[in-house]
Write a protein that binds this ligand. Structure first.
Ligand SMILES: [Ca+2]
Ligand SMILES: [Ca+2]
Length: 354
């Protein structure tokens, strides 16, 4: 190859890499700062110092909180702390967080809980499904909640070749759930390349004992997932595309897209307000600050409420925003009777009265 051709190829490659890196900074919202917005009464929850990645509240007001997530690429200040599930009773005047005991026979040493979803059976038994990453793999653990004993009995570990890099789940029947895959690759280096290249290869999976299939694909990084109150629509957060996909659930469990709600922030886990059907989104206003953690300029937190989700003009408002001075790396917000819990990847958790 002549020198000119070599220079041309080199120049084109450098331009492409430069363009991808610039696009990556854009996807991480690297230049965004937040203006603080805080409800009247908020305080940090005692005992939750090691992340509170996902929160699911039962209709009775009992909140499950997954803590201690070790996620590659994210800061972790307590690598020796075991993953745990905490419970809070939001009916109490001053609710306290309490770690739930987990039955013997379950490997608590490698418990690395991520997204969670509760399921109440016809006989009123409460089950907690937990995305787990033991030894950086992905499994879904099914626990039965023993309310009297305040404990979890481990029933089953679900593994499947399509259940890789699982982020969150939403359970819609006994052993029937949708799960998001947040990266296509699983090795650190390839995940890094995927983040830079952004090929949109991640997907949503439907799992049941009889059938496992991809039901929606083409996401930059599918993250939080939940379902509308009438269970007709599934809401999926594409974190690095900064949007939420509203999808129609078909009788055969396939998902068809209704619309995409674009938001100027990286959307993590989603919950639905049981009183209004609004979506609550735990968001990362600037994910570059999460990846390159600097205690002098920490990652902030942001919670959005999306009203009139199915209308032509959904309304988006900010319920909470902080530059990291109080709460860093918010991942989820969940409400119950005028109270709100906000969880984070590796930091603390906040309790607010709205
Ligand atoms: Ca969840
Ligand atoms: Ca998540």
């Amino acid at each position: 190859m002549g020198k000119l051709a070599v220079l041309t190829v080199l120049g084109a490659s450098l331009a492409l890499i430069g363009e991808r890196l610039l696009s990556f900074r854009g996807r991480m919202n690297a230049f965004r700062e937040v203006e603080p917005i805080e409800p009247q009464s908020c305080h940090l929850i005692e005992g939750l110092e090691n992340g509170s990645e996902d929160i699911d509240i039962l209709p009775s007001g009992l909140a499950f909180i997954s803590t201690g997530l070790k996620y590659p690429g994210m800061p972790n200040f307590a690598p020796d702390e075991l993953g745990k599930i905490f419970l809070m009773d939001l009916n109490e005047q001053n609710p306290k967080a309490q770690a739930l005991n987990i039955s013997d026979g379950f490997d608590r040493e490698s418990f690395n809980p991520h997204g969670i979803s509760t399921f109440i059976d016809k006989d009123h038994t409460v089950y907690l499904y937990v995305v787990n990453h033991p030894h950086i793999e992905s499994t879904v653990e099914i626990f039965k909640f023993e309310e009297q004993q305040r404990s979890l009995t481990h029933l089953k570990t679900i593994k499947h070749e399509l259940l890789k890099s699982v982020n969150d789940i939403v359970v819609l029947g006994s052993e029937k759930f949708y799960a998001t895959r947040d990266h296509y690759f699983t090795s650190h280096f390839l995940v890094f390349l995927e983040m830079i290249w952004d090929p949109h290869w991640t997907y949503v999976l439907f799992y049941s004992p009889g059938e496992v299939k991809v039901v929606a694909k083409g996401f930059s990084s599918a993250n939080g997932i939940t379902v509308s109150l009438d269970q007709k629509y599934v809401y999926i957060a594409d974190v690095t595309a900064m949007n939420i996909h509203i999808m129609n659930k078909q009788d055969n469990w396939d998902l068809t897209q209704v619309k995409v709600i674009q938001l100027g922030t990286l959307v993590d886990n989603l919950t639905v307000d049981p009183a209004t059907g609004d979506i609550l989104a735990g968001c990362h206003p600037n994910a570059m600050k999460l990846l390159i953690y600097n205690p002098e300029d920490p990652p902030g937190s942001e919670v959005l409420r999306i009203q009139d989700v199915l209308s032509d003009k959904p309304r988006v408002s900010t319920l909470y925003a902080n530059n990291g001075s109080v709460l860093q790396g918010s991942t989820v917000a969940s409400v119950y009777h005028g109270k709100m819990l906000i969880g984070t990847v590796f930091h603390k958790a906040l309790y607010c009265v709205l």
